[in-house]
Design a protein around this ligand. Structure first.
Ligand code: AMP
Ligand code: MG
Length: 331
């Protein structure tokens, strides 16, 4: 069977096609770019998605070399994410489903990240650190559900990096802000003290963002040293919480996904931590680590094959949809 996946929860529009053997037939991604110095504007991002949706879907079929009638399922991101952006995805999914007369499958975005990681990384049951511009969660399967073992209490780590970078006046036409900061951090060497904020199993970044922004404007420190210290601090916090989840669940695999997972230093730290617990560590290529339609299509197949059915009236969005809200029928 072939599933088409539509991802539109934030700044990326993703259309993916995958078959039930896990062969990826196409993976189209387009990214809305906010004007210089600002973050994602939900309405503008949703306009980007609606403008580009028809051509992206067409391109996905072209890349796969199949006709729309050949698909068996239409999967879309139900949430979490930005309301206006999610709504464009569900409208496109419903329209396709009605015109092609195919079933629909609403999908939880973080679980889709986990499942595509399991498929591509050949993992069975990992502890997952999901770090992106919109999410920061440590997720693992336990007693029939994917559970969030730790998460941010305020802003996501990617957002912390992005806003810090904007406050520092950094920008790059091609590179994501996290990558720009990664390059600055490589030039830094002097560690500057930054609050290390873990509460129970949760992390907090908003105070760190305020603090590092103040360090910038004090003019007492090099940007490179602040970037280096910021990375070391926030990544250490994330690795600590992931490590505790790993020790608690006694799992044997660790996966990192989301846009921030592209960071070499974070992967190095996670790898070292995993090795010390005799656990396997995997990251993904950017194609599948970033938001994409393939992961949505794949989780749709897993759900469909385990008997999940969605009625048209169930195909709604949920901006605050959580992993533990989903009964896991496919594991
Ligand atoms: P996503 O929300 O999954 O699309 O990921 C976007 C987030 O990943 C943004 O906050 C980016 O700044 C961040 N990001 C991308 N590349 C890197 C990198 N090399 N290091 C750290 N963060 C990154
Ligand atoms: Mg994501």
């Amino acid at each position: 069977m072939i599933s088409l996946g539509i991802e539109s929860s934030a700044d990326k529009l993703g259309i993916g096609l995958i078959d039930s053997d896990g062969n990826i037939l196409s993976n189209i991604r387009q990214t809305y770019k906010p004007p210089f110095g600002s973050g994602i504007h939900p309405r503008e991002a949703s306009e980007f998605h609606s403008t580009n949706m028809p051509a992206a879907i067409e391109e996905a079929f072209q890349q796969a070399g199949i006709a729309p009638e050949e698909i068996d399922l239409i999967s879309f991101t139900k949430g979490p994410g930005l309301g206006p952006c999610l709504r464009i995805g569900v409208i496109a999914a419903r329209t396709l489903a009605l015109s092609l007369n195919k079933p629909l499958m609403p999908v939880n975005h973080p679980i889709a990240h986990v499942e595509i990681g399991c498929l591509e990384g050949d993992l069975k049951d990992p502890v997952v650190l999901y770090v992106s511009g919109g999410n920061t969660q440590v997720i693992a399967f336990s007693e029939g559900r994917y559970r969030v073992f730790g998460e941010t209490l305020d802003i996501p780590v990617g957002n912390c990096l992005d806003v810090f970078g904007r406050n520092a006046g950094l920008s790059d036409k091609q590179l994501p802000m996290g990558r720009v900061i990664e390059l600055e951090a490589l030039k830094g060497s002097k560690f500057v003290d930054i609050p290390y904020v873990i509460k129970g199993m949760d992390v907090s970044f908003s105070g760190i963002l305020t603090h590092t922004t103040k360090l910038l404007s004090s003019n007492n420190y090099d940007l490179t040293d602040i970037a280096y210290s910021l990375q070391e601090t926030v990544f250490s916090m994330l690795v600590e919480v992931t490590e505790r989840a790993l020790a608690h669940t006694r799992k044997e695999e660790v996966l990192v996904c989301g846009g921030v997972a592209a960071n070499k230093r974070l992967k190095e730290m996670l790898n070292e931590m995993s090795l010390s617990h005799n656990a396997v560590f995997k990251g993904l290529d950017a194609n599948l680590a970033l938001d994409n339609g393939v992961m949505i299509a794949w989780l749709g197949i897993l759900m469909h094959n385990s008997g999940v059915k969605a009625k048209l009236e169930d195909t709604i969005i949920d901006q605050h949809y959580r992993p533990e809200d989903v009964p896991v029928t496919w594991k």
